[in-house]
Design a protein around this ligand. Structure first.
Ligand code: ZN
Length: 175
């Protein structure tokens, strides 16, 4: 296995001023960047976008194909902040730079096959399906004894690295 390096592997790093440990994901700089967009979101997005990594049946950033999904859809993040195979390791440079390797899994949930809908625009039945999938993902991953913490959050907007502009839930799981 590769040995741990600060420039390559996810790790937690101590902020020596506050005493907080901060997650650092240096490998994420390799993910594709489709351009910063600062203007207000368009009113009229298409229901399906051929160039979107998350739309049903499209090719994702890592070259794999999305299923032609009809409801909420879960998959492992192609450019995850944490990955399971991170080698163990520590760095301590004079007590000023302290870091420890960190492993984890990041799962993505696309809320809907529709490119143009946000969560509050979905019907109650479709929102219920999203919540059920959150629960399924949580339970299946929580069954792994190595996973000690699970965070579910919504990651909105292309600037956050999600091209399906408002429709991604993401599970971040720490081993
Ligand atoms: Zn899309």
């Amino acid at each position: 296995m590769q040995s741990f390096t600060l420039a390559e592997h996810p790790h937690k790093r101590l902020n020596i001023l506050t005493g907080e440990w901060i997650l650092v994901s240096p490998h994420r700089t390799r993910r594709p960047w489709q351009g910063k967009v600062e203007k207000p979101e368009q009113d009229q997005l298409p229901a399906f976008d051929h160039s979107c990594y998350l739309c049903p049946g499209n090719k994702r950033a890592d070259g794999s194909m999305n299923e032609s999904y009809r409801g909420p859809y879960a998959f492992t993040n192609d450019f995850a902040a944490l990955v399971p195979g991170t080698p163990q390791g520590e760095t301590n440079i004079g007590g000023l730079l302290k870091a420890t390797a960190e492993k984890g899994i990041c799962r993505v949930i696309s809320f809907s096959p529709r490119h143009d809908l946000t969560l509050p625009q979905l019907g109650i039945h479709d929102i219920r399906n999203v919540v059920d999938l959150w629960c399924d993902e949580f339970h299946s991953l929580a069954a792994d004894p190595d996973i000690r913490y699970i965070q579910i959050f919504e990651n909105k907007g292309a600037i956050m690295g999600h091209i399906h502009t408002d429709r991604s839930g993401l599970l971040r799981l720490f081993l």
